[in-house]
Design a protein around this ligand. Structure first.
Ligand code: TYM
Length: 339
C-alpha cells in the first residue's frame, strides 16, 4: 500500500535544532548520509523538528529559528538537494500539531512513561534545572509528536541512528492503534538503521551527543577537529606504542573505521600488535576527518551567507511538505468522522 504516484517509497526523517554548532558527525554518519543516498530513489522529506527542540529549550525559544537555519545548511552541505527532497521546518507545517493532538488522545500514558529517553531527559533536567517543574507535559509527549511527524507523510521508512529505535517502535504502535480504531490509514513505518554507523562514539567513548559535550561538529574548524581528536579516549591499557591496543573499544579506531572503510584494517592490525602509537593514529584520523569535512564546511558557510536563499528553500520545502500533509489529514479526519 501507499506508494506514491510515481511508485516511489515515502521516507521522512528529522533532526532537532539544538543550539549553535548545529549537527555533529554522529548525526551526519548515523542518519544524514543515508538520506543523501536515498533521495534519488525515494520521495524523501527532510524535516527540522523545532517543536521537539522546545521540549527542552523552551526558555530560549527565540533562538531556535537561527538553529533551524544552521541545520538546513548542514543538510544541504552534506548533499541533500532541496529540489529533490523538501527541506522544511516542522512548525511551518501546522498539520504536525493537529495530528499530534489527535494521536495524543489514543496514545496510552504508559507507553510514553516507559520510553528510556524520557527518563534520561527528565533526570537530567531535574538535576540541573529548577527541579520537577522543568519537566513539561510536552516532553512526555515527545514520541507522540515524532509519530505525528512520520505518519503525517504516511512514510514507509525512517532513516535514523540506533538511539531512535524505541521512538520508532512507539510510532508503529500508534499507527497500529489508529488503524485498528478508525480503519487503515497509515503504513507502519520501518526504521532504517545502518549497522556500521548505528552508534557513532563521541570523544569520551559514550554515544556522540551534544548534551554529553563529546561531539565533533560539522561546523568545527580544522584546528578544533585536531584539538578534539588529540584529546579523545583510546585504549586505556595502551600506555606505550608497543602495548597492544583494543580497536573495538578505542574511539579513534572506531572513527577511523567509519571514515576509512577501505584502509582501516591495516591500522587496526598494527594497533593490536603494538606496532603503532595512539598519537600516530590520532594524527592520521585528523587528516582523514578534515579532508572529508572541509568541503562540507566550505559549502555550509556559503549556504549560510545567502540567508534569503536559504529561507526561500525552507518556504518552498514547507509548501511541498504541506501538500502531502493536507492529503493525509483529509484521510485522517474522514476516518475519524470529522468534517
Ligand atoms: P536527534 O536530533 O537527536 O538526532 C538526529 C539523527 O541523528 C542520529 N544520531 C546518531 N546516529 C549515530 N550515532 C550517534 N552518536 C547519533 N546521534 C544522533 C539520530 O538517531 C537521528 O537519526 N527524536 C529525533 C528527532 C525526530 C525525528 C522525527 C526523527 C523528531 N521527529 C521523525 C525521525 C523522524 C531526535 O531527537 O534526533
Amino acid at each position: 500500500m501507499a506508494e506514491t504516484s510515481q511508485g516511489r517509497k515515502r521516507i521522512l526523517s528529522g533532526m532537532q535544532p539544538t543550539g549553535t554548532g548545529a549537527l555533529h558527525i554522529g548525526n551526519l554518519e548515523g542518519a544524514l548520509r543515508n538520506w543523501v543516498q536515498m533521495q534519488d530513489e525515494t520521495e524523501l522529506y527532510c524535516c527540522i523538528v523545532d517543536w521537539h527542540a522546545l521540549t527542552t529549550r523552551y526558555a530560549e525559544a527565540n533562538k531556535i529559528w537561527e538553529s533551524c537555519l544552521e541545520v538546513a545548511a548542514d543538510y544541504i552541505a552534506a548533499g541533500i538537494d532541496p529540489k529533490k527532497a523538501p527541506v522544511f521546518v516542522q512548525s511551518q507545517v501546522k498539520e504536525h500539531a493537529e495530528l499530534h493532538l489527535l494521536l495524543s488522545m489514543i496514545t496510552p500514558l504508559g507507553w510514553l512513561e516507559r520510553v528510556p529517553s524520557f527518563k534520561e531527559k527528565r533526570d537530567l533536567m531535574e538535576s540541573k534545572a529548577e527541579g520537577d517543574e522543568s519537566v513539561s507535559y510536552g516532553l512526555l509527549g515527545y514520541p507522540c509528536l515524532q509519530a505525528a511527524d512520520i505518519l503525517l507523510y504516511r512514510a514507509h521508512a525512517v532513516p535514523v541512528g540506533k538511539d531512535q529505535a524505541a521512538h520508532l517502535e512507539i510510532s508503529r504502535e500508534i499507527a497500529r492503534r489508529f488503524n485498528h480504531l478508525y480503519g487503515e490509514v497509515f503504513p507502519e513505518p520501518k526504521s532504517h538503521i545502518s549497522e556500521t554507523t548505528a552508534v557513532i562514539p563521541g570523544l569520551d567513548g559514550r554515544k556522540m551527543s551534544k548534551s554529553y559535550g563529546n561531539a565533533i561538529f560539522m561546523a568545527d574548524s580544522a584546528d578544533e577537529v585536531a584539538k578534539k581528536v588529540m584529546g579523545a579516549f583510546t585504549t586505556p591499557t595502551k600506555m606505550r606504542k608497543t602495548d597492544p591496543g583494543v580497536p573495538e573499544s578505542c574511539v579513534v579506531c572506531q572513527l577511523r573505521k567509519v571514515y576509512d572503510p577501505e584502509g582501516y584494517k591495516t591500522s587496526w592490525d598494527e594497533d593490536r600488535a603494538g606496532e603503532r602509537g595512539c598519537v600516530q593514529s590520532k594524527r592520521e584520523l585528523i587528516e582523514i576527518l578534515n579532508s572529508t569535512l572541509e568541503p562540507i564546511r566550505k559549502r555550509r558557510r556559503e549556504i549560510l551567507d545567502d540567508r534569503a536563499e536559504l529561507e526561500r528553500i525552507l518556504k518552498d520545502g514547507a509548501d511541498r511538505a504541506r501538500e502531502a500533509a493536507v492529503t493525509t489529514m483529509n484521510m485522517v479526519r474522514s476516518a475519524m468522522g470529522f468534517k
